[in-house]
Structures are given as structure tokens and as C-alpha cells.
Design a protein around this ligand. Sequence first.
Ligand code: 5RP
Length: 232
Amino acid sequence: MLTQDQLKQAVAKQALSHIRQHLIQDAIIGIGTGSTADFFIDALAEHRHAFRGAVASSERSAKRLAMHGIRVFDLNEVDELAVYVDGADEINAKLEMIKGGGGALTREKIVASASHHFVCIVDESKVVDNLGAFPLPIEVLAISKEVVSRQLYQLGATEVIERKDFLTDNGHPILDVKGLKIEDAARLEAQINDIPGVVTCGLFAIRPATVALVGTQEGVKIIGQTADPRYA
Ligand code: 5RP
């Protein structure tokens, strides 16, 4: 029986062969945040001379990339990224996700938005029928914590908890929200984005992943394989 970390490591390694066509001299790769992304960075390190560098979605990932000798670019220096690789806290069959358990949701959403393909790498515990058992992280401006919380209760939240002793890389607090019914994830994402004071909502549904690689006890499975033959 493989542990959760072994499943994360297996899927991170598999992601390397999944993006092999991007490991070319000019390529800059978008990198997510979290323990699964860390395993991916470690696997990528062996190929550091094959591609140009990376854009990181957090200070944590930037440090790890640099430690491995991978050049880290600022997103402003880069036109577009061919591919973005990141984990998730939950993912459904439509490849909609909840992200932000590690608090990097804003930069993750930005770097993902600059990338043509979003390759989500998760262990099987993250795959769900319905999003929402994992509390939804929402990054907010500090002055708006209360006003945003009240609106979230109106949307059906049962509990809104400020993440303790935590500020994001952007210097903002995170509200972890329980009890929301996530039936139309893209609609709810847009509704939450519209609340003044919200920086980023941890729903990634308006722009879901392109493909998910899932580490299971039976091997790595692919959900939502894109029709793009380069990704076969
Ligand atoms: C960080 C994230 C991570 O992708 C998510 O929390 C999954 O983390 P892990 O790979 O450690 O399970 O969204 O903001």
C-alpha cells in the first residue's frame, strides 16, 4: 500500500513525461505550490538544462526551484507559458478545483491564466464527486474580512474562519469557508469574485484544468485527457 506522499511523488514523476514536449531550450514552465508541486520541482531538476526556466506561483516554490539551479523568471518578463503544473485540494470530473490550502491561490490563478495548459497533479484522495468538503479558501483585503464574511453567509456558508497566523505572499489574510453548496462552481466563483474586498476565490472552475493526472494504488490515471495529440 503506497502512502499519500508516495502517490504524490509518483504522479509528479509522471507529469514530467506528460509535459516532455515542453522540455525544450526556449520553454518557460509555470510551477504551482504545495507538497505535490514540490515533488514535481524535484523531478524537474534533473532536466534543468533542457528548458529555459520557470515562473513560480509562490516564494516557497521560487526558493525550491532556485535551490535546484532552475532559473526563476518574473511573470512580467514572460509573454506566455506553454504549460502550468500544480496540485489541488479537490478536483471533480469536470476538472474544476478547489485550491489554496497552501495559501498561494492568487498567484496560482494568475500564472495558470498565462499558461496554455493546466496539468493538475493529485493523489486519489483529492478526486471528489462534488466540490466543497474541503473549506473554500478566499484571499481578501484585511479591511474587508467582516464585510466579505457577511456576504459569504448570505451565499450559504455555515462557517467562515480566518486562517490563523497566516498572511499570503501578497500580505493578505485568507478566509476558509465551510458549508457552501457548490452546484455550479463557475457561477459561484464569479459571484464570490464580485464581492468587493475579495482578492481571489479558491474555486478554479471558470478556467478548469486541461488534464488531471491522478496517483492511485493501481498507477497514475488520467482524467479529461485533452484532444490535443501532443498530450497523448
Ligand atoms: C496551494 C494549493 C495546493 O495545490 C493544494 O493545497 C494541494 O497541496 P498539496 O499538493 O500539498 O496536497 O492550492 O495553494
